[in-house]
Design a protein around this ligand. Structure first.
Ligand code: DSN
Length: 478
């Protein structure tokens, strides 16, 4: 029997790797087996296409290409220029953006590039201006001191971590919460929704340089038109981190007021979540910030990863195909089916449902912490992660929530019926798990009890659910 192209490619790659370090080849094979068998509900994960994966395993990895197209610090970058230009072109077309910078290695890197660009563009600092026009040798020590003082302490207003914001949006333990004078906006305690009047009031009082919107764990749409009006009313630069929902923007599920690209001054994203590309980041902006954004490497980033830029070009080309819109819509349909299935069984959901790709279960309704619930689900073959809920009494480590998302299972082809079964499995595990106690009898936030036989039954049901939806069906490793 002749093998298809994907099987041949991956088998050959593993054979070559195995000849050098068989344990790495084994681990790669084991990872595929594990991913095939588990019910992956991590809202930020997905399965990139074989073409995207294969675009990363090649000699582009050997090339240094600091700088950007037309402004490289290394010679011989003509082929890197080709893939970088292709990725940027696809990104601009896909999102309707004037400029795309495809070098960031991750979402955090993309956000740091955006912060730099905004600071460089907006901060009134004569020393910075001098440094910008490359008169760095003319700067005195006093200039450098002034520059550091003026660049630091700028104001950022972002969504708080427990309301669903990302740690890079000013969360104190992150660098963003240390380099910026930060304030955060939360959600309405009664509804769990963003209250735009409260955001506007916070912006009026605080007068941030940067207003950040975007989230990792907010299960609703954000009205970016209103957020831009708020930013404009206080002279802030409006930045959107669309890492989680970039696939929904690409697939035109989020349009009009809910598409960040026409409303934000600058948009950052990862490429590996709902967008279904390689692990990496990206920045989109208008012409006014483009020059500063393009200085991302080596200003902020280490050398670009040309092999990942090649894979970004492939994945973005895939996202421009007509079928990607159907995929994006199915992500949301599945999340809503999952939410309805959970609600029907009595689960408590933050905001009472979802209109994006994720659902946030408040597991205090089951008498559990997020950590206990996460582990009990894992024991039962269900991979999801714990997450804070608004005003979480258990903090960001133990948490009171479980975040589940549908991009990955939707890629496998699961639909509404399977989402209902998934809701049943999750509810069964959470309702049968009981919190444990410490040795001194005090309640533990980590220990729990779950009948191993039940965990095994649910694991079997979870894996049965996947049998009709093979992962990478064209890839047979033998
Ligand atoms: N770690 C990503 C997530 O899971 O949401 C965000 O950085």
């Amino acid at each position: 029997m002749s093998l298809n192209a994907e099987s041949t490619a991956f088998r050959s790659a593993l054979e070559v790797i195995r000849a050098v370090e068989p344990r790495v080849a084994d681990a790669i094979g084991a990872e595929l087996a594990d991913q095939r068998e588990s019910l992956k509900l991590i809202a930020s994960e997905n399965y990139a296409s074989p073409a995207t994966l294969l675009a990363m395993g090649n000699w582009f990895s050997d090339k240094y290409a600091e700088g950007t197209i037309g402004r490289r610090f290394y010679a011989g970058c003509q082929n890197v220029d080709t893939v970088e230009a292709l990725a940027a072109e696809h990104a601009k077309e896909l999102f309707g953006a004037a400029h795309a910078y495809v070098q960031p290695h991750s979402g955090i890197d993309a956000n740091l590039v955006a912060f730099w660009a905004i600071l460089a563009d907006r901060v009134e600092s004569p020393a910075l201006k001098k440094a910008q026009v490359r008169q760095v040798n003319d700067l005195t020590e006093a200039d450098w001191f002034a520059l550091r003082r003026e660049l630091g302490n700028q104001r950022m207003l972002g969504m708080s971590l427990d309301a669903g914001g990302h740690l890079t949006h000013g969360f104190r333990p992150n660098i963003s919460g240390k380099m910026f004078d930060q304030r955060s906006y939360g959600t309405d305690p009664a509804t769990g929704l963003i209250d735009y009047d409260t955001v506007a009031e916070a912006a009026r009082e605080f007068k941030p340089l940067i207003l950040v919107a975007g989230y990792s764990a907010y299960p609703r749409k954000v009205n970016f038109r209103i957020m831009r009006e708020i930013a404009d009313s206080v002279g802030a630069t409006f930045m959107v981190d669309m890492a989680h929902f970039a696939g929904l923007v690409a697939g035109k599920v989020f349009t009009g007021d809910f598409d960040p690209v026409p409303h934000a001054h600058i948009v950052t994203t990862t490429t590996h979540k709902s967008l279904r590309g390689p692990r990496g980041g990206m920045v989109l902006c208008g012409p006014e910030l483009a020059d500063q954004v393009d200085r991302g490497c080596p200003m902020v980033l280490g050398g670009p990863l040309p092999h990942v830029m090649a894979a970004k070009a492939v994945a973005l080309a895939e996202a421009r195909r007509p079928d990607f819109a159907g995929y994006a819509q199915r992500i949301v349909d599945n999340a809503q089916a999952l939410a309805e299935g959970l609600l029907r069984r009595g689960a408590k959901l933050v905001t009472g449902g979802t209109d994006n790709h994720l659902v946030l279960i408040d597991v205090s309704g089951y008498g559990l912490t997020g950590r206990q619930a996460e582990q009990a689900l894992l024991d039962s073959g269900i991979v999801a992660n714990r997450n804070a809920v608004p005003q979480d009494p258990n903090g960001a480590w133990y948490t009171s929530g479980i975040r589940i998302g549908t991009p990955a299972l939707t890629t496998r082809g699961l639909g509404g019926t399977e989402m209902d079964t998934t809701a049943e499995l999750i509810h069964t595990v959470l309702s049968q798990t009981t919190p444990g106690a410490n040795a001194d009898g005090t309640p533990s936030k980590a220990k729990y009890a779950l009948d191993p036989a039940l965990a095994e039954t649910v694991s079997k049901q979870a894996s049965d659910l996947l049998t009709n939806f093979p992962l990478y069906p064209a890839v047979d490793l033998g």
